[in-house]
Design a protein around this ligand. Structure first.
Ligand code: PNS
Length: 167
C-alpha cells in the first residue's frame, strides 16, 4: 500500500516554509496531496484557483504531488483520497497548542488517520503567509521568504486591489 500524505493549509500564498515541508515530505511519503482550504469566510488574498496555480508552479517537475482544493472536514477529504497521513509543519512551541488540538480532534473524528509533524529548516521557523502579506504591505523585503514569482503575484494582486478600491 502506498503511503499517501495530505498536507492541508490555506497557502495564502505558499511560502518557502511550505515548500520546505513539501520537499521533506516527498522524501518520506510516496505521494503528497497538497490540500488547499477553500475558506471564503477567511477572505483570502488569493482565490483558491490562484493559490493552487502557485503551488503547481513551484512543483512543475514533481510527479508525486497533487494539488487539490478542499472544503468540509479534513479527515473526510483524506479518506476520500485514500490518505492515512496528515502532515503539518511545526515551527515553534507557539504552534503546538493549536496543532495538538487539531490533531487529537482529527483522531477522534477518524482514528485511522495519523497526523505527522515536520519541522521546517530553522530559517523558516518565524515565517507565515500572514506575515509575508503584512511585510509586503508595509514596504518590507520578501527575499528568501517566498519564491520569486510569488512575490510578483503578491505585487500584482495588491496593485489590482488598490485600483479596484480607487486608492
Ligand atoms: O494553514 P492553516 O490555515 O493553518 O490550515 C488550517 C487547516 C486547513 C489545516 C484547518 O483549518 C482544517 O483542517 N480545516 C478543515 C476543517 C476541519 O477539518 N476542521 C476540523 C479540524 S479539527
Amino acid at each position: 500500500m502506498r503511503n499517501i500524505a495530505v498536507y492541508p493549509g490555506s497557502f495564502d500564498p505558499i511560502t518557502n516554509g511550505h515548500v520546505d515541508i513539501i520537499q521533506r515530505g516527498l522524501k518520506v511519503f510516496d505521494k503528497m496531496i497538497v490540500a488547499v482550504l477553500e475558506n471564503p469566510e477567511k477572505s483570502p488574498l488569493f482565490t483558491t484557483k490562484e493559490r493552487i496555480e502557485m503551488i503547481h508552479q513551484v512543483f512543475t517537475e514533481e510527479k508525486n504531488i497533487k494539488v487539490k482544493a478542499f472544503h468540509g472536514l479534513l479527515v473526510d477529504f483524506a479518506k476520500k483520497n485514500r490518505a492515512r497521513i496528515v502532515i503539518r509543519g511545526l515551527r515553534a512551541i507557539s504552534d503546538f497548542e493549536y496543532e495538538f488540538q487539531m490533531a487529537l480532534m482529527n483522531r477522534k473524528l477518524n482514528p485511522e488517520i495519523e497526523t505527522f509533524f515536520m519541522m521546517p529548516n530553522v530559517s523558516y521557523t518565524y515565517l507565515s503567509s500572514k506575515l509575508v502579506k503584512e511585510i509586503f504591505m508595509l514596504g518590507g523585503c520578501l527575499k528568501d521568504l517566498v519564491p520569486k514569482f510569488v512575490e510578483k503575484k503578491i505585487r500584482e494582486k495588491f496593485k489590482k486591489e488598490k485600483n479596484r478600491l480607487n486608492l
